[in-house]
Ligand binder design. Structure first.
Ligand SMILES: CC(C)(COP(=O)(O)OP(=O)(O)OC[C@H]1O[C@@H](n2cnc3c(N)ncnc32)[C@H](O)[C@@H]1OP(=O)(O)O)[C@@H](O)C(=O)NCCC(=O)NCCS
Length: 147
């Protein structure tokens, strides 16, 4: 994982996975005082993982898992705060979508945090309803994209 350029890869080594989960935790869990480990669920081993690396630092990550052979769900999209709004999230989302479609997926669903709804709308996800509220404060919306 040596690069001065921006590269998009699937984490493979233990060290890469550590950096990948660390970014997930720092962006999606730490600000709400959630412990390490809370950034993972029981679908990690069967999921597609994508991360963006710049200057050997992981600056973005995202995950796709299968709900059925034709429906996938995207979770844990996170971009380093100082790198947000510069197209990194778009690279991750497009890469995940491409890999999921290659595997036969026809529908992608996700639960978007309120702050990320515009981002997903830009990528043609449609709002289909309200979702859960995480940690008592982060409102989510269910979104879906038909391929
Ligand atoms: C949501 C997130 C993954 C998007 O990644 P990003 O790299 O910031 O997004 P991009 O730069 O690729 O954005 C693409 C477009 O969406 C828009 N966008 C991104 N985040 C936005 C936001 N919070 N509000 C409004 N628009 C947003 C951008 O303006 C951009 O549009 P443009 O091309 O017209 O300028 C990232 O901002 C993030 O990690 N946010 C905090 C964690 C989070 O909420 N994760 C999502 C969990 S569901």
């Amino acid at each position: 994982m040596k690069s001065k350029e921006i590269v998009i890869i699937e984490p493979g080594t233990k060290a890469e996975f550590e950096k990948y989960y660390n970014l997930r935790w720092r962006i999606l869990r730490q600000p709400w005082n959630q412990p390490r480990g809370s950034e993972k669920d029981n679908k990690e081993d069967e999921s597609i993982h994508i991360m963006v690396v710049h200057n050997d630092q992981v600056i973005g990550c995202g995950r796709g898992h299968f709900n059925s052979p034709i429906e996938a769900q995207i979770r844990y999209m996170a971009v380093e705060k100082s790198c947000q709004g510069k197209g990194v999230g778009t690279k991750i989302l497009k890469s995940l979508e491409r890999k999921l479609i290659e595997k036969g997926v026809r529908t992608i669903i996700l639960n978007a945090r309120e702050n990320a709804v515009k981002f997903y709308k830009k990528h043609n996800y449609k709002m289909i309803g309200e979702g859960h509220t995480l940690f008592g404060v982060i409102k989510h919306f269910k979104m879906r994209k038909e391929i």
